[in-house]
Design a protein around this ligand. Structure first.
Ligand code: HAM
Length: 437
């Protein structure tokens, strides 16, 4: 059998690759208005970065990372040897840790400097069980703002995310914006103990995984899909009842700014997100149509301790990422059709083989002038050249035959209206750009 793409990955064929490019351009345009500029970081990082940044006990790090080893190191391991920490690499499961690593490494936020507002777009890798809306390689567009603690940064990022979703065409009525605060190192430890004590009281009703979670990271139990655990966690103590005064004020200001901007949200005290770096504000956007259980199209939050976790100086941060494939599914559920990758402005058709050299030269001239131009390379009949032109989405077809070449003219047909005009070969390039064509 022919080799297939690995499970949980998919090809972006031309129409979709075009849409992905436009999607990224729209993001750059919208986020650019808020001061975000593009960065690109490697798709592989030291495994240690994710262990320290995202958290060893998270599903993402403990179960879902793809580890990459050079052939030499793999051989060494298989022979019972060891591999240096810096040679242990993983494919990035998300973008935040890498961007924060780059900010620290290149000192992009020197003390007292304006915040660094960075955006990125590209593939992420998680070895999850593939299902609808859940892949092993998927694309994210994300932003990270480092160096500012103010609630206005949180609010503007959330507003910007909603504006982007609306701009690409996801109906507002099909989106739910969930918001919560995770507290900080002052208030969260006591809250975590409260949840642990509550879980201990309900140990008999919880699944095995949640019993382990109760020890290691009890807040993860809020994400458990087991109906019994979900019912227990429904009545668990709520973080928003246990925030310290600073976190309470920060959260209230974020919510106030969202209200002021007319952005509807729902508070969800059970929203804990799957990554350990979050402090204070967290948020997620879910869609009601087209996605089933994997319905989060984007999410993020504040991570004021992450820069220190990866070895930098204390630098507050906030960001989000959105999943391109899930957005596409939400758009398709809303009735969007992919745009067709238009590959051709002009197709030059040959009446017979004697004019091939002239056609070749003409095609080249048009391309040099900036037009997408194509001709047949397989000796097709004139009729099937028209079919090919149609398949390529050609806007126009120039028909070249011995008579045309002798007269120095070419017939140009508009494939939309079927109107034909006779144009001088020497004028074709300039006519292509004119209203006539
Ligand atoms: P996340 O919630 O893990 O956050 O992922 C963000 C989005 O990526 C999700 O809402 C979803 O749309 C998409 N996504 C995640 N996993 C998959 C998958 N297996 N298949 C398809 N799509 C997926 C983060 O990654 C954080 N780095 C966000 C962030 C940035 N927080 C602060 N800054």
């Amino acid at each position: 059998m022919a080799i297939q793409a690995p499970e949980g990955t998919r090809d972006l064929l031309p129409d979709e690759a075009l849409f992905w490019t436009r999607f990224k351009e729209t993001a750059a345009e919208v986020f650019g208005r808020y001061g975000y500029v593009l960065v690109e970081t490697p798709v592989i990082e030291q495994t240690e970065l994710f262990v320290r940044g995202i958290g060893e006990a998270t599903d993402v790090v403990s179960k879902e990372m793809f580890t990459a080893l050079s052939g030499e190191n793999l051989k060494r391991l298989l022979e019972g040897g060891t591999v240096k920490a810096k040679s242990r690499l993983s494919l990035r499961p998300e973008g935040t840790a890498g961007v924060v690593r780059a900010v620290v490494q290149h000192d992009l936020v020197p003390q007292g400097a304006a915040p660094a507002k960075l955006m990125y777009a590209g593939p992420m890798f998680r070895a999850e069980r593939p299902q609808k809306g859940r892949q092993r390689q998927f694309n994210q567009v994300g932003v990270e703002c480092l160096g500012a603690e103010a609630p206005s940064i949180d609010a503007e990022a959330i507003i910007m995310l909603m504006r982007f979703f609306e701009k690409v065409g996801i109906p507002r009525a099909s989106m739910r914006l969930l918001v919560n605060s995770m507290g900080c190192e002052t208030c969260r430890p006591a809250y975590r103990d409260l949840v642990r004590a509550y879980m201990d009281e309900h140990a008999g009703e919880l699944c095995e995984t949640c019993l382990t979670r109760a020890e290691v990271n009890p807040l993860r139990a809020f994400d458990c899909k087991n109906p019994g655990c979900a019912a227990v966690m429904e009545d668990a103590p709520k973080i928003t009842d246990h925030l310290c005064d600073d976190c309470k004020a920060h959260y209230a200001e974020v919510l106030g700014l969202l209200e002021g901007a007319g952005v509807a949200y729902e508070e969800d005290p059970k929203l804990v997100r799957g990554l350990d770096y979050y402090t204070r504000t967290v948020f997620e956007v879910q869609v009601t149509d087209g996605l089933g259980s994997q319905n989060a199209i984007g999410g993020g939050g504040r991570y004021d301790k992450l820069a220190e976790e990866v070895g930098g100086r204390s630098t507050p941060g906030l960001g989000f990422a959105l999943g391109y494939e899930r957005c596409l599914m939400a758009l398709e559920a809303a009735g969007m059709e992919l745009p067709r990758a238009q590959r051709c402005d002009l197709f030059v058709a040959c009446v017979d083989d004697t004019v091939r050299a002239q056609a070749f030269a003409l095609v080249q001239e048009c391309r040099d002038a900036g037009y997408r131009c194509e001709m047949d390379h397989q000796g097709r009949s004139l009729k099937s050249q028209f079919k090919l032109a149609d398949k390529l989405g050609a806007a126009r077809v120039a028909v070249l035959g011995p008579d045309e070449v002798a007269a120095g003219k070419v017939t140009v047909r508009d494939m939309g209206t079927h109107d034909e005009v006779l144009v001088s070969i020497t004028d074709l390039v300039s006519e292509l750009g004119s209203a006539l064509l």
